[in-house]
Design a protein. Structure first.
Length: 468
């Protein structure tokens, strides 16, 4: 048992599950004042990062891979009892926050529960609040996010605090508010055109091939400068979101290569690694939608958000409306980056650290906890099915790491039932059309996580594609 914390000392336990959440949780914990100590735990689950992904995620933070404790979900309670943290940062996907909060928050002297998001969350979805209804504080990263999440929380009557924080891996965000981005080819060593791949968008194979064709055109136009397809995962590695068509695999496909003009430009390459290292060599950052745009803005690197596939919530790019960053295929091929409009910056992620209030809110909650024990908020949403539903939610997120009999039984019952329910909903929407509007508390849909794991031949095919 560790000693009682003194009046000034604070303790945080970061609990993460995937590479992107590990990166965010570690970076946010690194922003804490010196009075805070911190520990890091990674929950074993099918989407957990590999050793390489974890090393990349923790780069530049207060943690190293040796600091990480790999634990089963049920071991979290003992970890809390041992370390007695003032707060636990649940850096987890929403459905796993719902599963973990009752575990971490059990007992008469629970820690403050904090959650949040590692990237863009506009438009704000009501289900994000529902998943986190039992936490005390949700950390958000723009004034717009706070407004939209507050509207959802008020509609759902969830009494959660919302804290504003500068995205922790943006670097010197204040500098980006005061200076324009440099010219696209400015800066010694900044010659790469970096395409930040995103697992979810564009979703269709043909759209991804089109994206590669524009990048190949850019590589041919600039034969002495690299065009880098920056990916998050290697063969066999999981991602937070599923990626149906890996760019490395597409470049190795004979049909795709013929559509790209036969042999690939030798300066078109696929690489992974920390985004910060790529931006240090980048003259332009291109993406369909990625938090990497914000990292580029903070680093003074011109950015281009591709709008050839449309601008819509499903493309996770509506947040960039009014930014001045959108461009099409011609801009990609020319390597044309843009600087964001100043008026967009203030409302979207570059409000300035002076406006951040998440730490003040956290300190207030910790002080309240030390004055009197906190009681875990009761779960109010999606209660149908009772214990069987909760067992299913747990099994769905933990996979084979949940060895409970209840979890196996829940999957056997729930999967056929969910199949029938979803098809019934489709029929209802078809019959009623746009008139079938659900009430806010019914609106969230809870699809299970999709695990993106490349096949064993992925690395070899990617290497072949790069040599061609």
């Amino acid at each position: 048992m560790r000693p009682e914390p003194d009046a000034a000392g604070r303790r945080l336990l970061v609990v993460a599950d995937t590479d992107s959440y590990a990166k965010w949780g570690a970076a946010l914990a690194t922003r804490l004042p010196e009075a805070w100590s911190a520990e890091f735990a990674l929950v074993r689950n099918p989407a957990a990062p590999s050793a390489r992904q974890l090393r990349v995620a923790l780069a530049g933070t207060r943690f190293t891979p040796d600091d990480v404790r790999h634990v089963e979900l049920d071991e979290l309670r003992a970890l809390v009892d041992e370390g007695r943290p003032d707060a636990v940062l649940l850096a987890l996907r929403g459905p796993l926050v719902r599963v973990a909060a009752p575990v971490v928050g059990a007992g008469p002297d629970r820690p403050v529960l904090v959650s949040g998001f590692p990237g863009l969350t506009i438009p704000a979805e009501p289900k994000a609040i529902v998943y986190r209804e039992q936490v005390d504080l949700i950390v958000l990263h723009s004034r717009r996010e706070v407004r939209e999440f507050r509207a959802n929380a008020d509609t759902l009557e969830v009494p959660v605090a919302l804290g504003l924080a500068t995205l922790p891996f943006l670097g010197d965000a204040e500098r980006s508010r005061r200076t324009d981005a440099p010219a696209s080819d400015g800066g010694a060593g900044r010659t790469d055109l970096v395409f930040a791949a995103q697992a979810k968008v564009p979703a269709e194979r043909d759209d991804r091939v089109r994206m590669l064709r524009w990048l190949a055109d850019a590589a041919r136009r600039r034969p002495h400068r690299r065009v880098v397809v920056k990916v998050r995962a290697r063969a066999g590695e999981a991602q937070t979101h599923a990626e149906a068509y890996d760019y490395g695999d597409l470049l190795a496909d004979v049909d795709v290569r013929s559509r790209l003009g036969g042999s690939l430009p030798p300066n078109l390459v696929v690489e992974d690694g920390p985004m910060a290292e790529h931006l240090a060599r980048a003259s332009t950052l291109v993406t369909v939608s990625s938090t990497a745009v914000l990292e580029a803005i903070a680093a003074g690197v011109p950015a281009l958000v591709v709008d050839e596939f449309g601008v819509a919530p499903k493309l996770i790019n509506t947040v960039f409306e009014g930014s001045g960053l959108f461009g099409g295929a011609a801009a990609v091929a020319a390597g044309e980056g843009r600087a964001p409009h100043p008026e967009w910056l203030d409302d979207n992620y570059f409000h300035g650290t002076g406006a951040d209030d998440w730490l003040d809110q956290l300190e207030h909650l910790v002080a309240r906890r030390r004055a009197r024990s906190l009681v875990l908020n009761a779960r109010r949403f999606n209660l149908t099915g009772g214990a069987l539903r909760r067992a299913f939610e747990r099994k769905r997120m933990l996979g084979h790491h949940d060895r409970s009999l209840a979890g196996g039984m829940a999957m056997a019952v729930a999967i056929p039932a969910r199949w029938v329910l979803r098809r019934a909903r489709r029929v209802r929407r078809w019959l009623l059309g746009d008139r079938a509007q659900l009430e806010p508390q019914q609106r969230p849909q809870f699809d299970g996580p999709q695990l993106a794991v490349s096949d064993p031949g992925h690395a070899e095919r990617r290497s072949t594609a790069l040599r061609a």
